[in-house]
Design a protein around this ligand. Structure first.
Ligand code: ATP
Ligand code: MG
Length: 625
């Protein structure tokens, strides 16, 4: 059962990242329209209304520049949004260009509105806040330091006289920029404010992103894990989702055995083959296992690992594992085993990780439990069919033996019989025939259910098999003075099936039609082509099926009341038919009117149809991937 998964790690939630980048870019662009207009308005207001002496042209041009580059960014963002494929890179580029241009605009605004004296320098704080939200910490730190360098650089250059100082006359005295204490004080306060802003915002953003990643991993994990009932697939997906969610190098799922004393690795990710071959863990030899399973609590082991806690400490050391986190898998108060994540980093796991892994494990445990129950049910069904097969098989030989002995007696090989004796023997023979039919039906049913039918479906001629069945029934129909019509179409149809299966389906359906049609009636068999499918229609003018019996027709041993009064039977024929039709990817339908007749239609996919459908499925998979 041990298996190492080598799935590629999926990209980390590109969808919400992309959505977030688009939202923030849109929002920045909206804000920038206001900022550009604000610069133009403030410049005009300061000069015309407040009558301040300032660098009107330069500031006005900065305002126009902001609006112009915002216009270009807006168009670029729109074209990116409608672009196909991977947009993340382009959205990142747009974000960097936005921040870069804003930094230049800010530098010019500060430069022309008073340098260190300018109140505009604190507008940089907003920008640092936004950069810390949008970019990862390292990049946001670079932008924050760049902003500080711009402010400090302009002040130092102005103070040293290397560039000219422009100040807003009437707003400041115009001397502070030359005052060393003032310059150092403002730069100091500015540095602290901007760095604290960066630190707090990026810490909060990082934590939020982490939570967001965890939530979507949990959601995606739950979806993939519960979308199948195949136990091994559930385990593989779960172990992979766990490693991915906690961003660790190795993860494993250990399932408890039926004795409850040992666990085996059922799925693993990222371990060496030697580690996987280490053998099972026993409750009385592994304290780690005992603690997790007995307490039902998560367990973090890191730092100096105590070798005595482990059953295989050597293997652990060889793998370089320095931190371990185990969480029990519990479903419906039953312990199924545990899920573990391992890291080569020391002190890698926190209580938060344990809680997160517990959330994954509780979802996973339900999926594992469901898959296990399904597997157990399948096994039970298989065992039941096997049992029926064995019993019926054993019953058949004495019954057929008794039949042949009886026929010898009836034929008089064992001496002459009185009329009364012949009559009794005849009735006995008919009873034995029914018993044989029942045994054969049960055998057919068990064969279908226990996957014992060795013959694999393959492309075969439908008409040839139908012809064969019709010819077998012709005599029986004539004996009942019925008309059995089969008007075969000019072209043959290829279906994926087995000859034996097709013959069994139509032997049952045509047999029923003849059986449940009174003398003188008609049974018609037609073949119709429905594009990718073929339909074989078996229609009779017989006793029909009561409306309330129709839904129960395909249940084992069900027989409609009018049929019971009319003929004997076991009620297994249609069950076998349905299973066979479905095993050939087809379906069966029935319409009937009591007293008028019944029509059964078997739809089977044509071989070309199957191929076409497979092409479509492959193509759509390509599109999806
Ligand atoms: P056997 O297992 O021996 O075939 P059966 O014919 O009774 O017994 P099915 O073939 O499974 O069992 O059919 C189930 C029931 O469906 C029948 O008992 C009958 O009530 C109804 N039925 C099936 N085919 C027809 C038909 N052509 N006309 C009327 N009733 C039908
Ligand atoms: Mg029947």
């Amino acid at each position: 059962m041990t298996q190492t998964v080598s799935l590629e790690a999926p990209p980390s939630h590109p969808f919400h990242r992309e959505r977030e980048l688009v939202t923030i870019s849109r929002w920045l662009i909206t804000m920038r329209w206001l900022a550009g207009a604000g610069v133009l308005l403030a410049t005009w207001f300061a000069r015309s209304v407040l009558d301040l002496d300032l660098q009107f042209t330069a500031l006005f041009l900065v305002g126009v520049g902001i609006i112009a580059y915002n216009c270009a960014l807006w168009r670029w963002l729109r074209s990116t949004e409608s672009m196909e494929g991977d947009r993340i890179r382009r959205l990142h580029t747009i974000s960097h260009i936005q921040v870069g241009l804003d930094w230049v605009a800010m530098a010019l605004l500060i430069r022309f509105s008073g340098g260190i004296e300018s109140p505009v320098i604190f507008f940089f704080i907003f920008h640092i806040l936004i950069a810390s939200l949008v970019f990862e910490r390292r990049i946001a730190a670079i932008y924050a330091i760049l902003a500080l360098t711009i402010v400090a650089g302009i002040s130092i250059l102005e103070k040293s006289g290397l560039i000219q100082h422009h100040h807003v006359v009437g707003f400041f005295t115009g001397e502070s920029f030359d005052n060393t204490a003032f310059v150092i004080g403002v730069i100091g306060i500015y540095a602290i404010t901007s760095l604290v802003t960066f630190y707090l915002t990026s810490s909060i953003a990082e934590r939020l992103h982490q939570r967001e990643d965890q939530l979507s991993t949990l959601y995606l994990g739950a979806q993939t894990v519960s979308s199948t009932l195949d136990l091994q697939v559930v385990l593989d997906r779960l172990v992979h989702a766990t490693a991915e969610a906690l961003n660790v190098s190795a993860a494993s799922i250990d399932l408890i055995d039926s004795t409850g004393t040992r666990v085996d690795i059922a799925a693993a990710y990222g371990f060496s083959q030697e580690y996987l071959n280490k053998g099972p863990l026993f409750l009385d030899q592994s304290q780690v296992l005992a603690r997790v399973l007995r307490t039902g609590q998560s367990l973090i082991l890191q730092g100096d690992l105590d070798r005595s806690l482990f059953q295989y400490p050597g293997e652990l050391e060889r793998e370089g594992i320095r931190s371990l986190l185990y969480v029990p898998l519990v479903s419906k108060n039953r312990s199924l085993g545990m899920v573990g994540v391992h890291s080569r980093q020391a002190n890698r796991f926190s209580q938060d990780d344990a809680e997160f892994l517990s959330a994954i494990a509780s979802q996973g445990a339900v999926a594992i439990d469901n898959a296990m129950s399904f597997q157990a049910l399948k096994k039970l069904d298989h065992d039941k069919s096997q049992f029926v097969r064995t019993v019926t098989h054993e019953l058949r030989s004495p019954v057929t033996g008794a039949q042949s002995l009886l026929r010898n007696i009836i034929k008089g090989y064992a001496g002459g019989l009185s009329d009364r004796q012949r009559d009794i023997m005849g009735r006995l023979d008919r009873r034995l025939n029914k018993l044989e039919a029942l045994i054969n039906d049960l055998l057919d049913l068990a064969a279908g259910r226990s996957d014992m039918s060795v013959e694999e479906p393959e492309p075969m001629s439908l008409l040839r098999s139908l012809d064969h069945v019709i010819s077998v029934f012709q005599e029986q129909a004539e004996a009942k003075e019925q008309t059995l019509i089969f008007d075969p179409p000019a072209e043959d149809f290829l279906v994926y099936a087995t000859e034996e299966g097709i013959e069994r389906i139509f032997t049952n359906l045509i047999g029923n039609a003849i059986k449940y049609t009174p003398e003188g009636g008609t049974v018609t068999v037609k073949v119709e082509n429905y594009d990718l499918q073929v339909g074989v229609v078996v229609c009779d003018s017989g006793i029909g099926i009561p409306a309330d019996s129709l839904p129960k027709l395909f249940e084992e041993f069900y027989r409609a009341p009018n049929a019971k009064a009319f003929e004997t039977g076991t009620g297994l024929g249609l069950v076998i038919v349905k299973e066979l039709v479905e095993s050939f990817s087809g379906r069966i339908s029935v319409t009937s009117k009591e007293g008028k007749g019944t029509t059964f239609t078997v739809h089977l996919p044509l071989v070309t149809g199957i191929n076409q459908r497979m092409d479509i499925a492959e193509n759509s998979q390509e599109v999806l991937s």
